[in-house]
Design a protein around this ligand. Structure first.
Ligand SMILES: [Zn+2]
Length: 645
């Protein structure tokens, strides 16, 4: 804490000031906060697990062999250097062998099977209006920069970043020539231009992130023939035949305008230009698993320039993270054995039950909602399922062969395992037991099609849940996180789904309007916050997260009031339980962020930065004002407070 700051002027700085001063961003991070501290602790635990599993022995289980050898392959930089670009040679020669634009279809299908993202995205997803059936989905994709805005905005900073990106593409292509034993490419500027031209057209045709928050905008179920009619230049039927799914009649085309734009793009782009574009995307997706020269250049652009990170992470950290991404359940199972005691799960379930009870009361008390919509909301709430710690069934990775000393191959086979697993979901109901975060992850989520809240073991630790802290502090920390995830079921996105996870409008028109008015207040509030000079948050992009923060804290506060039951507990360290609650909340969000990363996040992240998650929420709360005796006119007291839930 920094007690020299007035709590009523800037509570974030009051609660976090000294932490922020004492915890500068480490050189290998673009953002450093309480989440990241805990991540580092989890990484160290995972490292121990992996270093033990790395040692070959007769007692290793098959899962230990996989994670140990994967990690060992990743750490074996000598073997990676020795292989050079040989692992991507077959992909590159396939691209070069294309003899007409008709070959584009076959080539894209092959690249997608090798997990290279090019031109568009394809996968099996829940049918948003019928979660009993998962369907194939075509979606926009194929960009090398993190958002379409990077290609389209014409301010000087964006123009400069495009130049730096083009330079990065050129260096990567040059590195490839060098690795192939070829001299400088006289046409390299033309290749880079072609790549930029193609990606800019794709960006221009892509739907922006804010529009994509409305699931109706990304739901366009159609027949395969209708897809073909959108863009007759790409051999969609051949693609669907080659990608590895049984024949289908219908699918979801999430972004039809994007698909339509492929037709003229394919027309106007020469075969040679397509070869340049695909070659770049092979390099881009492979860079992290290739030799040091490619890793360094990849980091120079994506780490240093885009995010302001000074140094690449230590090899062991990158390898732990890679193992978590590739074989997350196998590593997570060991992590849970070591780091997740049985009592944490019981305690977490107890807290979840408590917060759910409060939400039911909160819905019943909402004065702006009609009884009919309340009934529907309560039914949905009852159907929310709670998942704590780790999955009931662990994934069996045995079909992904992990061979010590073949890092590129190991990483590829693990990704292909996930691609096959995804495609095999076609025609099956949504599996609500599946997790989309691994157990060591320091995060939590709500899934609209599954209607469940998920808290990985990684987050059920201090500062989120601390067995030695007071109930008030824990309710402010993990209690608000639980309330936040639950509120997601009823935010601008979640409210459009019903209890079974289907996209179905269960709101009366008047209630939708009342919701919208309340949500607009939050969107305006956060749209005025500025995380970096000349940049404001996108109030609509961050609406769901901000609504969840604002709703979550109400629920956790109600739980605190219930537990106090009118009793006045003595202050601890000079703070009343109410004050402890708000400090527990704020101190989860203490952080330092590079300016580059703040700018990137403002464009792409649906979450507001820590400062606004704290001050943006608390200035809306009369209970906070009371707890710290703040007055109207103080910065932490909004003149027109917002509230959705
Ligand atoms: Zn959230």
């Amino acid at each position: 804490m920094d007690p020299s700051v007035n709590a009523c002027q800037n509570f974030y700085q009051y609660a976090c000031g000294t932490w922020r001063k004492d915890n500068p961003i480490p050189p290998d991070r673009s953002r450093w906060g309480r989440f990241a501290e805990l991540q580092e602790r989890n990484l160290a635990i995972e490292r121990q697990i992996l270093e033990r599993a790395e040692v070959s022995s007769a007692t290793r289980t098959p899962a230990e062999q996989q994670i140990g050898d994967f990690y060992g392959s990743c750490m074996d930089e000598q073997a990676i250097e020795a292989k050079g670009i040989q692992p991507i040679a077959p992909l590159l020669s396939g691209i070069q062998q294309m003899s007409s634009k008709q070959d584009l279809t076959r080539e894209i299908a092959r690249l997608h099977q090798e997990s290279v993202g090019a031109l568009f995205n394809f996968g099996v997803r829940p049918d948003a209006k019928n979660t009993k059936d998962q369907i194939a989905a075509v979606d926009q994709g194929g960009l090398g920069l993190p958002d379409r805005d990077y290609y389209l905005k014409d301010d000087p900073r964006s123009a400069m970043l495009r130049l730096q990106y083009a330079e990065h593409v050129k260096i990567m292509l040059d590195l490839l020539r060098k690795a192939q034993g070829l001299g400088p490419d006289p046409d390299s500027a033309a290749h880079v231009d072609a790549i930029m031209r193609i990606e800019t057209r794709l960006a221009d045709a892509a739907m922006d992130r804010t529009a994509r928050r409305n699931p109706d905008n990304t739901y366009h179920k159609m027949t395969v023939d209708q897809l073909v009619a959108l863009d007759t230049n790409f051999g969609w039927k051949d693609y669907l035949g080659a990608i590895g799914i049984p024949p289908i009649k219908t699918l979801n085309v999430a972004a039809p305008d994007f698909v339509k734009a492929l037709q003229p793009l394919i027309d106007m782009t020469s075969l040679d230009d397509w070869k340049s574009y695909l070659t770049w995307h092979v390099l881009r997706s492979a860079a992290d698993n290739l030799t040091r020269a490619f890793q360094d250049e990849d980091f120079r652009f994506n780490g240093q320039i885009l995010r302001g990170t000074k140094e690449m992470e230590a090899r062991w950290k990158r390898c732990v993270e890679a193992t978590d991404r590739a074989l997350g359940d196998a590593l997570g199972q060991k992590f849970v054995e070591v780091a997740f005691g049985g009592s944490s799960k019981t305690k977490a379930l107890e807290l979840v039950g408590q917060i759910e009870k409060e939400m039911s009361k909160d819905i019943q008390a909402a004065q702006w909602m009609s009884p009919a919509t309340k009934d529907q909301a309560l039914t949905k709430l009852q159907e929310v399922s709670n998942k704590i710690g780790y999955p009931e069934r662990w994934k069996d990775y045995s079909s992904a062969k992990i061979v010590r000393g073949d890092y590129f191959g190991d990483a590829l086979r693990a990704r292909q395992f996930e691609i096959r697993r995804n495609l095999a979901k076609l025609g099956k109901p949504v599996d609500k037991s599946e997790w989309s975060m691994t157990p060591p992850t320091v995060n939590a989520y709500y899934s609209p099609p599954m209607n469940n809240i998920n808290f990985p073991a990684g987050i059920l630790q201090p500062p989120f849940y601390n067995p030695n802290a007071t109930d008030a502090v824990n309710l402010g920390a993990i209690g608000v996180v639980i309330g936040h995830e639950l509120t997601h079921g009823f935010d601008d996105q979640g409210r459009r789904y019903d209890g079974e996870g289907n996209l179905r409008d269960w709101w009366t028109t008047a209630d939708t309007q009342a919701f919208q008015t309340r949500a607009d207040c939050i969107a305006n509030e956060y749209g005025n916050f500025s995380p970096a000079p000349g940049v404001n948050l996108n109030g609509k992009l961050t609406l769901g997260e901000n609504a969840a923060d604002n709703g979550g804290i109400h629920l956790a506060y109600m739980a605190l009031m219930d537990s106090l039951a009118g009793k006045v507990l003595p202050a601890k360290d000079g703070f009343t339980p109410q004050q402890q609650f708000y400090l527990g909340y704020a101190q989860v969000w203490c952080e330092n962020v590079t300016e580059e990363s703040a700018r990137l996040n403002a464009l792409t992240d649906t979450h507001s930065p820590g400062e606004f998650r704290v001050n943006g929420v608390l200035q809306n709360l009369p209970e906070f004002r009371q707890a710290f005796s703040c007055k109207l006119g103080d910065r932490m007291v909004a003149t027109e407070p917002c509230r959705v839930w």
